[in-house]
Write a protein that binds this ligand. Structure first.
Ligand code: 5GP
Ligand code: ZN
Length: 118
């Protein structure tokens, strides 16, 4: 179900343009507008769910599909030797867009270590 004021629902509906990586009935993958590495795209369920903290067993199939598709898409996008998966969640996780999204981050070279101290 679409949520009217949600930017990623609008992207999923094609109302806001995005650079698409992959699409099927349930899932959209598109390049992040502010990439932090040579490969940086987002994978979302098309149906609105605010965050990983709001998911339940009914979301398990689409979450599984997203994760099991990530490797193939990452390879296709130029990250052949692995990548990082980040799901920023809620206030503590510094989530900015409240439509669940999985960051896939990589490239040809090694990424910086996980979390730098502020
Ligand atoms: P969060 O902090 O919620 O995990 O990350 C949200 C991500 O969405 C950020 O990396 C940001 O660059 C990306 N983003 C925000 N608005 C847009 C948009 O309109 N289009 C695209 N492609 N990415 C967006
Ligand atoms: Zn949404």
């Amino acid at each position: 179900m679409k949520k009217d004021d949600c930017i990623f629902c609008k992207i999923a509906a094609g109302e806001i343009p995005s650079r698409k990586v992959y699409e099927d009935d349930e899932i959209l993958a598109f390049h992040d507008i502010q990439p932090v590495a040579p490969v940086h795209f987002l994978m979302i369920p098309k149906d609105h769910v605010a965050s990983l903290a709001e998911t339940g067993p009914e979301h398990a199939p689409v979450l599984g599909r997203i994760l099991s598709l990530a490797g193939r898409l990452a390879r296709e996008q130029g990250s052949p030797d692995g990548f990082r998966v980040i799901v920023n969640t809620g206030r503590v996780g510094r989530q900015d867009v409240y439509h669940l999204h999985v960051h896939i981050i990589g490239g040809p070279d090694r990424l910086p270590r996980m979390i730098a101290p502020e």
